[in-house]
Design a protein around this ligand. Structure first.
Ligand code: 0X9
Ligand code: CA
Ligand code: ZN
Length: 431
């Protein structure tokens, strides 16, 4: 099972990263699967497909009509999995709360943030940190004693929804903000954390993309940048400024690709907003939530070499994995992002880590794989997913308060475009 997942992830990665000349946007996409054998022999990983997962000897693809035509032309047998997978996703939705059920879109999230600010004026303050291409607000919630004044306390960042279709990644940081505020008066441990730090929550890094996913095309991933070649979207988790564009494996220079890095580091308003926020903070640790896979991933993403503080990243990651599994018994694996999952460059956590060595993590939330729903989480499970992540988030706040950062990682590491070493397969993902 584990080795299968590894192969799956590597395959998905290679294909995702190799994505170049993708077809049209794929709004009418079906989910199809092809046998791993055929996938390999037809060299599909260079075909620019939007891969979801490899599972049970089959590779799952979000396929545009153009992709389907290409599969047909190459006489590659595929199975339409759309209906089967939609059964799982429909079980997760109810009519209440609009077309996204209990999940929060951009305006629902803003309403919740404003309500928290109004309910806890001493402790909560909403800041507009930027504006998207479609003029939506990128919002941050600051939670601290005297939230309205800048006390430059140790800062923690929890961010969700870099990727539009990963709706659950909005809910976990949002619920965490509400939890801190509601518990402050009665829970001395929470009160101490909030008094000694400032907790920054950006539930939606990519509001334009999220709206597009909710209203137009559920599988949308990127932002909504109108690219020069008339395709849409930059992958904002490839647009940050550390080792941006390092190679064409961890990101793509092709605008149609699902991992298109944009025209320059921080070219996108979403990444620029987070950069501006973080540069004004004494950042001690951060988590960027994604889905899916149940993984805890730490730098580096751009190289399989170990980060300068690998031991610390691993120790803290292991602690968080233990805390999470302790809640509902659901295992999250942990490991270096590049060697455990796949290479990325320009991703969020490499950049935040590069500033001063603050422990930075990508958490891939449940489910574990596409057969358990993929990007579709049952809305009834939102609470449990939040609850299992909560102790790890609280732990990371305490860890951050207790561990000031001073290391200038950028001076220690010169990204070099040397041939990537062999992935350390034997120690890829740990329990
Ligand atoms: O590819 C990504 O940006 C993240 N996975 S997702 O399926 N949510 O898109 C993973 C980022 C973690 N970093 C690396 N794997 N290097
Ligand atoms: Ca304060
Ligand atoms: Zn993601």
């Amino acid at each position: 099972m584990l080795w299968m997942r590894r192969i799956a992830l590597v395959l998905a990665a290679l294909a995702l990263a190799g994505a170049g000349a993708a077809g049209p946007e794929g709004e009418d996409g079906l989910i199809v699967s092809v046998a791993v054998r055929d996938f390999a022999s037809a060299r599909l990983r260079r075909a620019g497909l939007d891969l979801l997962m490899e599972k049970g000897g089959r590779v799952y693809i979000v396929a545009s009509p153009g992709d389907l035509a290409a599969l047909n032309a190459r006489r590659i047998p595929f199975t339409d999995e759309t209906l089967r997978l939609r059964q799982a996703s429909l079980r997760g939705l109810s009519a209440a709360g609009g077309i996204n059920g209990a999940f929060h879109d951009a305006l629902e999230t803003e309403a919740e943030l404003r309500a928290l600010e109004a309910g806890y004026p001493e402790l909560a303050s909403v800041r507009e940190i930027g504006q998207t291409l479609e003029k939506r607000k990128i919002l941050a919630l600051k939670i601290s004693d005297n939230a309205a004044s800048d006390e430059r306390e140790p800062a923690l960042l929890f961010v969700g929804c870099h990727h539009a279709r990963e709706w659950i990644s909005v809910e976990v940081p949002l619920l965490f903000g509400r939890y801190l505020l509601q518990s402050y008066a009665t829970d001395p441990a929470v009160r101490a954390l909030v008094d000694e730090s400032e907790v920054w929550i950006v539930p939606i890094a990519n509001p334009d993309g999220l709206e597009y996913s909710v209203r137009v095309y559920r599988y949308w991933r990127k932002n909504r940048r109108a690219n020069a070649d008339r395709t849409f979207g930059v992958d904002i988790n490839r647009n940050y400024g550390y080792a941006w564009g390092f190679d064409d494996v961890g990101s793509s220079g092709q605008p149609a690709s699902e991992v298109y890095r944009g025209t320059a580091a921080f070219s996108e308003p979403e990444t620029a907003a987070i950069r501006a926020l973080v540069l004004g903070l004494d950042l001690r640790a951060m988590i960027s939530f994604h889905s899916f896979g149940q993984d805890i991933l730490f730098p580096w993403g751009f190289t399989t070499q170990a980060a300068p503080t690998d031991a610390e990243l691993r120790t803290v990651g292991r602690a968080m994995a233990g805390l999470i599994e302790g809640v509902n018994g659901r295992p999250y694996l942990f490991g270096e992002a590049s060697s455990a999952l796949y290479l990325t460059n320009g991703d969020t956590v490499d950049w935040t880590y590069s500033l001063a060595g603050a422990p930075s993590y990508t958490i891939e939330l449940p489910p574990v794989d596409i057969d358990h729903g993929g990007f579709f989480n049952d809305e009834a499970a939102i609470g449990a997913i939040f609850e299992e992540n909560r102790p790890a988030m609280l732990y990371l706040i305490r860890y951050g308060i207790d561990h000031p950062r001073s290391l200038d990682i950028r001076r220690l590491v010169r990204p070099k475009r040397s041939a990537p070493g062999p992935a350390r397969r034997s120690q890829r993902i740990q329990r």
